[in-house]
Write a protein that binds this ligand. Structure first.
Ligand SMILES: C[S@@+](CC[C@H](N)C(=O)[O-])C[C@H]1O[C@@H](n2cnc3c(N)ncnc32)[C@H](O)[C@@H]1O
Length: 221
């Protein structure tokens, strides 16, 4: 059997697909791969991750297509969701702030979103979301705060209690209890609603996949 595809060959393929489709996100991904991408980018861009982000973007387009302020993405990893939000014609988003506590994430997210960094619509921040004060953040109060990593937090109700009342929130969690990094998984959509305790609920849903079900809530703190 021949050896595995090297990274430079993947770069060539992605540039070819970008030329074939004219897709700017594929071109940005090719550029990132060309500069040296982390191994777990293949997880951040796998079909299940993209499907769950697609589900998210489709529902934001339905319930909050014009957030009244910057969109903050917390636990944003390599910034893939920011890429998808800023590419979607149904949404009017002034700016995305992509925050993760892992210092390796911000440089990758800014390379992936380099076009939007240049236009001032994207920035990546390294910080612990548990210590954020959204009344004081640069750029003013967010129009929407997204956290697709609730399952990773030690205390989801405690984090939500510290957010400004009335803040528009989009939360995702899952029932993937087996994953060692997961500390706040929920067994059902009802359990997630109870854990979040939102004052208004505009959308709730469950997206089953092979190993787990992902849950999503959109509403107000
Ligand atoms: C595996 S990734 C993304 C998982 C998520 N379900 C998704 O699909 O977007 C989880 C990310 O959350 C980040 N994270 C966990 N706790 C955090 C915290 N307190 N503040 C900021 N980022 C955090 C981790 O560094 C990691 O990059």
């Amino acid at each position: 059997m021949s050896s595995a595809l090297p990274a430079d060959a993947l770069y060539d393929i992605l540039r070819g697909v970008a030329a074939l489709t004219g897709d700017a996100i594929v071109a940005d991904l090719a550029r990132l791969v060309g500069k040296g991408a982390p191994a777990d980018l293949s997880i951040a861009f796998n079909h299940k991750q993209i499907a769950s982000k697609r589900w998210l973007v489709d529902n934001v387009a339905e319930v909050l297509p014009e957030p009244d302020g910057p969109v903050w993405v917390l636990g944003a990893w390599h910034g893939v969701l920011g890429t998808m939000l800023l590419a979607d014609d149904r949404l009017t988003i002034p700016r995305v702030v992509s925050l993760d506590m892992d210092p390796r994430c911000a440089p990758i997210a800014e390379i992936l979103n380099h076009r939007h960094v240049a236009s001032g619509r994207f920035r990546a921040v390294t910080a612990d979301m548990m210590g954020l004060d959204f009344e004081q953040v640069e750029g003013g109060r967010p129009g929407l705060v997204i956290n697709t990593s609730c399952e990773h937090l030690p205390d989801v109700p405690g984090w939500i209690a510290g957010l400004p009342a009335g803040l528009p929130l989009l939360l995702q969690s899952n029932d993937y209890f087996r994953e060692p990094d997961h500390r706040s998984c929920v067994p059902s959509l009802d359990a997630f609603k109870e854990q979040a305790g939102l004052s208004e609920l505009w959308f709730c849903g469950a997206l089953p996949s092979k190993n787990y079900t992902r849950f999503m809530l959109i509403g107000r703190r």
